[in-house]
Design a protein around this ligand. Structure first.
Ligand SMILES: Nc1nc2c(ncn2[C@@H]2O[C@H](COP(=O)(O)OP(=O)(O)OP(=O)(O)O)[C@@H](O)[C@H]2O)c(=O)[nH]1
Ligand SMILES: [Mg+2]
Length: 302
């Protein structure tokens, strides 16, 4: 199975973001706590160079606190500013405080000059990471459209947070080619890639394969099937059988079974499963280590 998804609206979105980044003073980078590494889009990383960035570990309700703390420690080491949150919760004071502290020198400069200009903050991230939900929660108004699928936001939308800050909601974006298919699969598991372009049955078997040893109790608790010592495909069939997923004639309903497993994971019904650990000795995964001291960053070459 080879995963790829870069539809036309994303090409347009990246162009729009490159055009708008110059007029923005800071960025909020919304990442999915279950897949922090995969949420870091190389194109967006380039976009953020030279700008203050606040990373938001969103969907923190879907991971274990101690595993998220490891990511916080790693971001501390890399000099990245971050907050953790559950985007669906109405109060997001800590994010508002986080962004205001990031742009404090600009706010001070504007107020000393008596300017009424507000600070512009672009909200970016992979599809379905919760950008629009977070904006709505910060503003305590459901103005931005949200949904439990990728590609809900298609264009840009400016929304004011208060007199000092304006937020720019952007469409979730991926990048042209996934060199690393493990990253592509993780993005598919978390719902950043449209199911229509995926072989969901193959993906569900891959998911079982990856987690049958790392989280066997998740499958046992949810489906009553012990899969620790069996092949992933066999495990998939056992789950389908146990749940009675059949089509007319008694044949197994592979599609329904696959969608159920993926949906259960996405909604947290399989428990708190972290897809990517902060400290992994695989060489490939160390690519995220970029020292982001503001003085070392360069503006984007447009
Ligand atoms: N469990 C959980 N769900 C969340 C959280 N934040 C957002 N969601 C859900 O995630 C889904 C996606 O939210 P959106 O705000 O539409 O995501 P988006 O990043 O704007 O998506 P695109 O516009 O498609 O890029 C929705 O079903 C939200 O309810 C969170 O912290 N925890
Ligand atoms: Mg959106």
């Amino acid at each position: 199975m080879y995963i790829q998804w870069f539809p036309g609206h994303m090409t347009k979105a990246v162009r729009m973001m490159k055009d708008n980044v110059a007029i923005c003073d800071a960025l909020i980078y919304v990442v999915d706590s279950r897949a922090v590494l995969s949420s870091i889009n190389p194109v967006l990383e380039e976009l953020t160079l030279g700008k203050p960035v606040l990373y938001v570990f969103n969907k923190s309700d879907l991971v274990q606190d101690r595993e998220l703390k490891d990511w916080c420690a790693r971001f501390d080491m890399e000099g990245r500013r971050y907050v953790t949150t559950v985007g669906t919760v109405a109060e997001q004071k800590h994010i508002i405080e986080g962004i205001k502290s990031l742009v404090a020198p600009m706010l001070l400069k504007y107020s000393q000059k008596g300017a009424t200009k507000s600070i512009r903050v672009m909200v970016i991230g992979v599809p379905n990471s919760g950008k629009s939900t977070l904006i709505n929660s910060m503003r305590k108004k459901a103005s931005a459209q949200t949904g439990d699928r990728p590609g809900v936001t298609k264009g840009k939308q400016w929304l004011s947070l208060d007199k000092q800050i304006d937020l720019l909601d952007t469409p979730g974006t991926l990048w042209g080619k996934f060199e690393n298919q493990e990253i592509a699969r993780h993005l598919a598991y978390i719902g950043s890639i449209k199911d229509d372009v995926l072989d969901v049955e193959g993906l569900a078997v891959e998911f079982i394969n990856e987690f049958k040893e790392k989280a066997p109790s998740a499958f046992l608790d949810r489906y009553g099937v012990d899969i620790a010592n069996i092949d992933a495909h066999e495990a998939f069939l056992k789950i389908a059988e146990k749940r009675g997923f059949k089509i007319k004639g008694g044949e197994i309903d592979y599609n329904r079974c696959a969608k159920t497993i993926l949906d259960d994971f996405r909604k947290g019904k399989l428990g708190k499963i972290m897809l990517e650990k902060a400290f992994d000795d695989k060489e490939e995964k160390s690519r995220l280590v970029i020292k982001r001291k503001e003085s070392e960053t360069k503006p984007l070459d447009k």
